[in-house]
Design a protein around this ligand. Sequence first.
Ligand SMILES: Cc1cc2nc3c(=O)[nH]c(=O)nc-3n(C[C@H](O)[C@H](O)[C@H](O)COP(=O)(O)OP(=O)(O)OC[C@H]3O[C@@H](n4cnc5c(N)ncnc54)[C@H](O)[C@@H]3O)c2cc1C
Length: 403
Amino acid sequence: MKIACIGAGPAGLYFAILMKLRDAQNEVTLFERNPSGTTHGWGVVFWDDLVADLRANDPDTAKAILDRSFCWTDQVVAVKGGKPAHGGGTGYGICRRALLDILRRRAAELGVTIRYECEITCPTQLPEADVIVAADGVGSYLRRLHEEEFETRIEPGRNKYVWLATPRVFEAFTFGLVPTRAGWIWFHAYGYSRTMSTFIVECSPQTWKGLGLDTLDAERSLRLLESLFEDQLEGHRIVSHGSTDERLPWLNFRNLTNGRWHFGNVVLLGDAAHTTHFSIGSGTRLAMQDAIALANSLHENQNVQAALAAYESERQLAMLRPQREARLSAAWFENIPRYAALDGPQLFALLLDRRSRLVSHLPPRLYYALYKAKRIPLVRVLYRRAAMALEQLSGLQRKLLHP
Ligand SMILES: Cc1cc2nc3c(=O)[nH]c(=O)nc-3n(C[C@H](O)[C@H](O)[C@H](O)COP(=O)(O)OP(=O)(O)OC[C@H]3O[C@@H](n4cnc5c(N)ncnc54)[C@H](O)[C@@H]3O)c2cc1C
């Protein structure tokens, strides 16, 4: 089978590896606009569920990824001036560049052709292929070309965020919140190597403007953020990829869904097909799980159209839960002022439960009382029923709004 794939991110590279592992005769060519070894972002988190999938599909890649990963333990919420609250848990972090490097080497070893510095801006650039995979991220060129056919919907998030890093190694997954004269600002941080941590800063657009982050250059913005988060940074700097006189790359998260994932012989993979808010740390895992499903489906079905249809229905179903949880998690962070007056343990409990629809529907202190009472079996049953009823109502509302 001949495959042309746009994008050598985690989705495109892992898909190419699996296609070669399923059948060494498959011809896979990847087109990547960036030079080899460059990428956006810093470290990403993942958990044992991805490790299990990687081990089942390519133990060599799984081992290489685990060898380069950092294991963080515990989750911490620290509100400036308060006592940090701890919530347990463990997971992994890996540098995005290291992950791509592992995947790139493995793909090359298996005979995948990767054309770096080759941006696809017109379909005629692509060779004849049985399948064309759009693994070119949230701004996917091929998807935009057929937006109507894919039934693309993009809803921008309200908050501003910027993906930064720091040499302060956060051994625990840490959320740090700071009240300012312009409103709350907070970070999500976790170690991804022995020397670096991801440091994502988020705030409302009002706070962003109120603090001048919309106009300050990168250097001054970084120094301002360092002073706001000085308690947690312990004297370490915050760093950005770009040059210091430009502005920091603040964005609004794009919530993306597609009613259809294939059109003709073009199929969407990873962020080109769907996004999930970064606060649930799942986009890379979901992109790699898409790759597994598409490789399996193409391997098992002789007919390409049948393979693409089977892949689409399997993955659309699998995405329902993470997309719902991601929307709720993003909304929780958009409503931080509602929760920020809680004490450490209360705030932590509601942060942990942010994927439940009940959190936003009950007064925060009442929700906390319910959270504590969930130890009682009857309360647990009532809680689940109420959450399910709210879920159904909201599903109905979405269907009415977007028939
Ligand atoms: C702030 C932030 C934090 C995140 N943290 C996590 C986390 O902790 N854990 C996690 O699992 N996920 C996380 N994610 C999500 C994760 O980064 C994405 O879901 C993941 O990168 C998707 O992989 P992909 O291969 O589909 O797309 P991408 O990684 O975006 O790769 C697409 C590739 O296509 C290339 N490309 C684009 N257009 C063209 C073109 N026209 N021609 C040629 N090449 C092209 C791009 O250069 C890129 O290399 C985070 C996202 C954000 C924004």
